[in-house]
Design a protein around this ligand. Structure first.
Ligand code: BGC
Length: 270
């Protein structure tokens, strides 16, 4: 990655679920672009602290804060700590997300709720707290032309139905209209809200789908670009959406999926 460290200079970012995978890459890229970063984690404190140390070793600024984004008190405490230590927030990356898969008839209410609570309610709670601070502080022209930026980590499954993952697909479909409704409400206040919809990206969440050569070959059939993505592919888009380079972009979903959402099965036939 190579960004000018001025791109996000003096900006404070919070990345939820940043102790691994896409969140980790986003935190590292934002730091590289000059933002001070909160690396949020739920249980993997050691991994989060290691990322913080590595960001600092490269001359960046970062702290780790633990919080379960589905719990209102924990979200509020995380924001209080961030505002105490960093003074404000300019960029929220609503990234924390889980899968808890089951076929529809076997899906328990606990499995349904666990995914909706983290993936959808967690994004709502964090976005609300971030927006309150954006509104209180307003635009600081020497920092950014926006009062704040929110990036919601969605998925290709905000549009692609996913058998065996009804809870997950419903949470991501929900993120689409939550994000656009917040974007509509807050645009007059110079707050930008967008989503990123990753396709198959190599992380812990989907190891099963790419770890053996046979599985990886099956997965690549769903990806017209014939390549499984890596977290850096997503992180680069997050930096752009967080920066003033995307100042006229709000309420949109950027698919980072090698074409997975293009109905690849229709490339021949139909
Ligand atoms: C899921 C992954 C899956 C990918 C493509 C993501 O949102 O978390 O498990 O591989 O979508 O289906």
């Amino acid at each position: 990655m190579s960004y000018s460290a001025d791109l996000l200079k003096d900006q404070k970012a919070l990345v939820t679920g940043a102790s691994s995978g896409i969140g980790e890459a986003v935190a590292r890229h934002l730091a590289q672009a000059g933002a001070a970063v909160v690396v949020n984690y739920r249980s993997e404190q050691e991994d989060a602290e290691k990322i913080v140390q590595e960001i600092r070793a490269r001359g960046g600024d970062a702290i780790a804060i633990g919080a379960d984004v589905s719990k209102e008190e924990e979200v509020n405490a995380m924001f209080e700590q961030m505002l105490r230590e960093f003074g404000t927030i300019d960029i929220l990356v609503n990234n924390a997300g889980i899968q808890n898969d089951a076929s529809f008839l076997d899906m328990t209410l606990q499995q349904w709720n666990s995914v909706i609570n983290v993936n959808l309610t967690g994004q709502f709670l964090c976005a609300r707290e971030a927006a309150k601070e954006f509104m209180r502080r307003g635009v600081q022209p020497n920092v950014s032309c926006a009062a704040g930026k929110i990036i919601c980590m969605s998925s290709v499954h905000e549009v692609i139905p996913w058998a065996g993952h009804v809870n997950y697909a419903a949470s991501k479909g929900g993120i689409n209209l939550m994000m656009r409704s917040i974007a509509q409400e807050l645009a007059p206040h110079k707050i930008r809200v967008n989503s990123i919809a990753p396709g198959a990206i190599k992380t812990d969440i989907n190891t099963e789908a790419w770890s053996s050569p046979e599985e990886a070959a099956e997965l690549r059939k769903l990806i017209p670009s014939d390549r499984i993505g890596v977290p850096d592919d997503v992180a680069k888009a997050a930096v752009w959406l967080a920066s003033d380079d995307s100042d006229y972009v709000t309420g949109t979903t950027l698919f980072i999926d090698g074409g997975m959402a293009l109905y690849p099965a229709f490339a021949h036939g139909g």
